[in-house]
Design a protein around this ligand. Structure first.
Ligand code: 2YC
Length: 273
């Protein structure tokens, strides 16, 4: 089941973007733009996002529109220097509106996929990869490198699995936990990870944790001084966990959307050397 944002999780995003940027600077050494570029192996000097026209299209399918979701996506991409707007119309009419307005990138999300399409060549980024890559970069920044380090991944869904794969390729020693042992076994056949069914023991023995699970994290098992890179929603920490952790990197939408913006823009712009 895809964990879905609620109106309540989204309502405060627009006013909090500078705060997220500052949090990322202090915990990872990178601001939102630097982090988004790092997630796809770039630096900000290699791509110019200014003036790229971005259309954000509300989508009414499934559980329908999340209040302020589209406006938040537009604000996040505007902060990166893009020329973003939310279409008046939703769904197909909204897509037509975005295209007619000359949007180079079109963002849209239903209950299963959240994508950013580059209208110049049809290539597109998706939020699962972008969230995984963005939060791996954040953990790498906060931990000052992941190569040779032990990392625990909570959740073997789309984000957790992609994050595990990226961190294995970076030389991290990755252990994955999921309540669904079949998901764990399937993943361990694809990539070289350790799997565990003892989430409490795993938590208490890891300094670095990537949390991509919707489940609560019991602070009693959090290791003193642990660093959490935690895209999982809803926010899972109790006050004991927050007290014991050295850093908790979390935002409901910002990092994933910023990586989508940079990645989809890079599909039609040559990387400046
Ligand atoms: O307002 C709208 O246009 C809605 N159709 C948006 C639905 C987004 C559903 N997806 C999610 O809540 C999650 C987010 C964490 C980002 C990706 N999927």
């Amino acid at each position: 089941m895809m964990t879905r944002l609620t109106d309540d999780m989204v309502k405060d995003i627009i006013g909090s973007l500078d705060g997220t940027n500052d949090m990322l600077m202090s915990l990872t050494g990178m601001n939102t733009l630097e982090l988004a570029c790092d997630a796809i192996g770039m630096t900000p000097d290699m791509i110019d996002l200014r003036g790229i026209k971005v259309g954000v299209v509300p989508v009414t399918s499934g559980k329908g529109i999340i209040k302020k979701f589209s406006e938040s996506v537009a604000e996040i991409t505007s902060k990166l220097g893009m020329d973003s707007f939310v279409t008046e119309n939703a769904d197909v009419t909204g897509i037509a509106e975005a295209l007619a307005a000359g949007s180079e990138i079109v963002f849209m999300a239903d209950d299963i996929q959240f994508i950013a399409v580059n209208t110049k060549n049809g290539r597109f980024s998706n939020n699962s990869f972008s969230t995984a890559a963005g939060y791996v970069s954040a953990l790498k920044g906060a931990a000052k490198g992941l190569s040779g380090k032990k990392v625990l991944v909570l959740g073997a869904g789309r984000v957790g699995s992609i994050a595990a794969e990226i961190m294995v390729s970076m030389g991290a020693e990755v252990t994955v936990y999921d309540v669904d042992t079949k998901k764990l076994r399937d993943l361990s056949e694809k990539i070289s990870i350790r799997i565990t069914e003892d989430v409490e023991g795993a938590l208490s023995s890891h300094d670095l944790v990537f949390n991509a699970s919707p489940a609560a994290i019991d602070g009693r098992h959090v290791k003193e001084g642990a660093i959490f890179s935690s895209p999982g929603i809803p926010f899972p920490f109790d006050e004991e966990g927050l007290r014991k952790a050295k850093a908790v990197i979390h935002d409901p939408l910002d990092i994933g959307t910023a990586v989508m913006a940079v990645q989809s823009a890079s599909f039609s712009r040559p990387r400046k050397q």
